[in-house]
Each structure stands twice: as structure tokens, then as C-alpha cells.
Design a protein around this ligand. Sequence first.
Ligand SMILES: [Zn+2]
Length: 499
Amino acid sequence: MAKKYYITTPIYYANSRLHIGHAYSTIACDVVKKWHTLFGRECFFLTGMDEHGEKIFLSAKEKNIQPQEWVDRMAEDAKKLWKFLNISYDDFIRTTEPRHEKTVQYIFKKIAQKGDIYKGVYSGPYCVSCESYFTEAQVRDAGGNCPDCGRPITEIKREEAYFFRLSKYQTKLLKFYEENPDFLMPKDKANKTLDTVKSGLRDLCLTRQNLEWGIPNPLEEGMTIYVWFDALINYVSAIGYPCNLEKFNEIWPADCHVVGKEIFHFHTVIWPAMLMALDLELPKMVFGHGWWTIKSEKMSKSKGNIITPYEICEKYHPDVLRYFFMREVPFGQDGAFTEQRISERYTSDLANSLGNLFRRVETMCVKYFDGRSPCSGKVNEKFLKKMEKIIQEGEKQILTLKFSRILEGIWEIIDETNAYIEQEKPWTLKKENPQKLQDVMETLLTVLNFLKDVLYPFLPEKSKEMSQHLGFEISKPQARNFPFNKKVPGGEVLFPVEK
Ligand SMILES: [Zn+2]
């Protein structure tokens, strides 16, 4: 059996509301999932929730509830949001599930048996908020603050702990990056990782004392496992490692881990080293996407500038948010999130270009052909070639997550089709050249039919509406003629504009 394409989102940390940043990663993976499925390939899409750690423990305490109850609520909220945004994930892994906890303990023991986990003493500056230890130098450079979140570092911790021998993997990691140039994506993020690894890796502290909200260290009581070690394992625990190796082997290795750039290091250094220690294959690609900034600032709970998808979707259809995310900036770069830009994209791309095209063609179809497709007609070659090109290039672009390039290609054909109507003037052809009118109409319906298919990964609900307008089910995108003498029911305006 062929291996399934395996794509993952990060598992989101269950300590605060999900915002558009989380939706961005998830929508990107969903577009990939829907694209592959549409083209008839099996794809496994995993998302989930990271539910352990001190911050969650404190959040629950603050609300006077048990941590389990807190994370249960957060997981329900997440599933509701993904449903709202039309996300078709195949599994939702939660790190408090027994299937995950067992795998984490198994992996901990297995790496320890290999000698890559050892016991020692750790002491160092510690950021409670990030749940991370830092070196004295890092904290000094950051002016006494946490290098990650900028909050003041007030704690020096010293405790017995278990360590992962990350330092041992420096050479192996560098060799792997060299032999797999597509692993670190996009390319401009690769250098930072290479520099970090070249400058030397410190062994990683893996356990915490006196924190009950975590997976117990299977080798020693009174300790729980570091939340990052726990969380990264979700990518294999969810697909059956080590209990269901048949399933695991159908899916692993991951073809693409989609992550925000702030967690690129964990996925490109620590996770591969863990997998090497386990003698498992490494993922084919880790893609670090950019951030959406709000008035030039990163969105964060502490700044209080968080935007949720629900807020945007009070005004816009969820498909509009999906479209904006995938079109506005190349995946990998940062972008400015403003309502103004969404509104501009909506009006120009969706309402004026795409929506209008459907409306014009449907109107003409009723006017000239009694609401049916013409009985004879030849599709313009130029458009057939264009559609073929979009498919061919799209199939490559989807593998490196070039969503905006795919959409640019699709909007080129939309613009050209609108221009074609202006140029051919079907309203004059009715009398002057009825055969030509049939050809034009056939061309237009063929393009519309293609659009409703190829746009499905990006605009799943709107594509279904388009499909109802055309009276034709969504299927694998192809450059093929619209069938003859078929009823074209039409429908409501796809992207209404308020007057
Ligand atoms: Zn911090």
C-alpha cells in the first residue's frame, strides 16, 4: 500500500483562546489535505492540543477548576472552531489521552536504554511563562529578561533532572540538513538553524520536579516530563507508534510539519534528534510560516491584541478568511492583518472578479440558451492550455506550500475570462454569429466548471455553491468540456457587496 501524504499542524497550547494565528497554520494544512484528496491521493492530516505544563495548571487554578476540565473545554472549543472553518482533519490528538501518554513514556524509556537520556543536576535561569530554562548569557543579552517572551526572569532553578543527549547529534543533524536540502523550509529560515547547530548544542533538560500536571517520568517518581518533549511526540503517538506499527508505517514519515517560525527550532533540531535516537525516519520537511502582525506588532495574549476568526467572520464568510490567508502573502513571510486588506481582497478578487464572472455567464446562459449549456460548441484552446498549466504547476506548488502562487494563477484565468467576454461581446454575437456564441458560451462554462473544482481546497463552501449554480458535482480538476445541453440552475450572488 502506498504511503499516505502526512501533514500536521502544531498542537496548540491549551492555555488561551485560539486566534487567527492558529487558524492560519490549520487552514494551510487543510488546503493541502483538500487538494490531495481532490486529486485522488490519500492524505492524513493531524491537528490537536498540547495540554500539559505549568501555564495550563495555573490557568485552571485561576479559574478554580481542575486542569483536566480546563483542557477538555479548550479541546471542545478548538474542535468547534475547526468545524466552523471547514477543516477536514483526520485525527485530533490530545496530549492527555492515554494513547499519547503511553507512547511518551515508552519513548522516554527507549531513549534512556540507548544511553541518550541520563540523570544530572540542572540549575539556571528559568522563565515560568515559557517553561524554559535559558543560559546566563542569553538572559544577560536580553537585559535580564526572557529571550523568548521578554518577561523578567526572576527564578534560578536547581534540581535533579534527566537530560537528553542533544549535543551528541550535532554532526548527524548537520549531515542530514546537507543531504536533505528541502527539509528546512522556506530556505531563508534554514541559515538560522544551521548557525545554531554549528555553534554547538547543549543537552536538553527533560524533566521537572514538583509539577504534577505532566506525564510522569517512568524512571523516577516525583518528576514529570518536560512539556516540549511530550508535545513533539504527538506526531507519532497519534498514528499508532509503537502499538500499531501497521498504521504507523502507512503514514510515517511526515511529509510536512507546518509550524510557526517561533517553534521552528524545536521541530528542526530537537525533534529530528529525538527521532534519530529512536532510529525512526525523519520528516521530509518542516515549514516555518510567518506571523500576522496587528499594527506592526506580533499578536500575543500579553499585548491584548488577539483577534479570533469568529470576530472576522461576523462580517465575512469563513471562506473569505481562508482566501485572504492563502492569497495575501507568500506562505513563510510575515503579513499585516488589517480589515482594510480583507475588505479590498473581498471586493476586488472575490466579488468583482470571481463572483461577477459567475453572474455574467449565468445571465447570458439564461438569456441566450434558455438556462442550458449549448448543444454544440468548441472550447477556446488558449483556455484549455491555461487550465492544464494551472493543474500542472499547482501540483508542484502545493508540495512546497506556494498557496499564493496557485491562487495568482487561478486569478489570471479569471481575469482573462472576464476580458474574453468584453472582447467577444456575446450580446452582439446573438444575431451576427450564433455558432461563435455557442463556442464562447462553451468556453465560459468550461472555465467556470474548472474554477469550482480547483478552488475547492481554498473556498470549500463557496465552491459547493458554485457547483449548485452549475448543476455539476465537484470533482478532480480537469481541462475538459462542459457537457452539452445540461441545465445550469444559477443561484444567488456568490459574494454580495453591501451598498
Ligand atoms: Zn519567557
